[in-house]
Write a protein that binds this ligand. Structure first.
Ligand code: SAM
Length: 247
């Protein structure tokens, strides 16, 4: 494997700078994205920060997040989904963003302050080893991040550890329709564009099942909501749901 974590950090630090200084449309990778991913307008008070995600998650978060919950967002970036989560869980809940890129942590912190969201906490850490307690989250969310992880089993083990029994993982991710070639997997640009590290549904399910998750299911993006779709590379976005069983 030729990909190194500092390459991913630099890539996202630069992507943030580019997005902030241009009118380039947000979302995971402008190189590979074939559809517009401008989010629909909402009634929300929250000004949604720039997104680097694969799927517009607000409709799903509306369904799953309730007042008072604790939500952890893995690879929270500039805080797009984190701000939505903070709004939905309300002042008695907590929205904790984890990211390993300094510029993203600073940007998300600034966005929380701009939105007066005092229930947001940012943690600078690698998602393979998160300094947060066991059984502490009702929901763990992630949007276009776990495909970037070099060891996905380690990350999903962390998700399992962090979730309370009965807690749910909602992972918007890039999914491969067939195992990707070594050439694609070892191309640093494709890895950092969320393509090279994509697994197939069967691979995701096998890892999650081995860890002990239940109710594992995948919702592939529909035509109207797919935000990341690169058929020439055999990848598209989808949402992987999994539950930590009740004890
Ligand atoms: C494609 S962006 C997605 C950002 C955000 N989820 C969104 O939807 O806008 C990937 C983010 O994950 C972070 N990231 C990637 N690998 C990570 C890792 N191993 N540990 C922590 N953060 C990571 C990057 O710094 C970047 O902010």
């Amino acid at each position: 494997m030729k990909i190194q974590e500092h390459t991913i950090q630099e890539s996202y630090s630069n992507a943030l700078k580019r997005k902030k200084s241009s009118s380039e449309s947000p979302c995971c990778s402008s190189q590979t994205q074939s559809q517009s991913c401008c989010p629909p307008s909402t009634q929300s008070e929250v000004k949604e920060p720039v997104s680097f995600g694969c799927i517009y998650l607000r409709p799903i978060l509306n369904d799953y997040l309730k007042q008072g919950m604790t939500v952890i967002d893995l690879g929270s970036g500039a805080g797009h989904d984190l701000m939505i989560a903070a709004e939905l869980v309300g002042p008695n809940g907590k929205a904790i963003g984890v990211d390993f890129t300094d510029d993203m942590i600073k940007e998300a912190q600034m966005n929380a302050e701009k939105n007066n969201l005092s229930n947001v906490t940012l943690v600078k850490a690698n998602i393979k080893d998160i300094p947060l307690p066991n059984n502490s989250a009702d929901v763990v969310i992630s949007n276009c991040v776990i495909n970037l992880a070099l060891d996905k089993t380690q990350v999903f083990n962390e998700v399992f550890r962090l979730l309370k029994p009965g807690g749910i993982m909602i992972d918007a991710d890039v999914i491969a329709s067939k195992p990707l070639s070594r050439e694609i997997r070892e191309n640093p640009n494709l890895w950092c564009s969320c393509v090279g590290g994509a697994l197939t549904i069967a691979e995701y399910k096998e890892i999650l099942n081995d860890i002990g998750f239940t109710n594992i299911h995948v919702k592939l993006g529909e035509k109207e909501d797919v935000q990341f779709d690169a058929p020439e590379l055999a990848v598209k976005s989808g949402i992987i749901f999994a539950t930590k069983p009740d004890e």
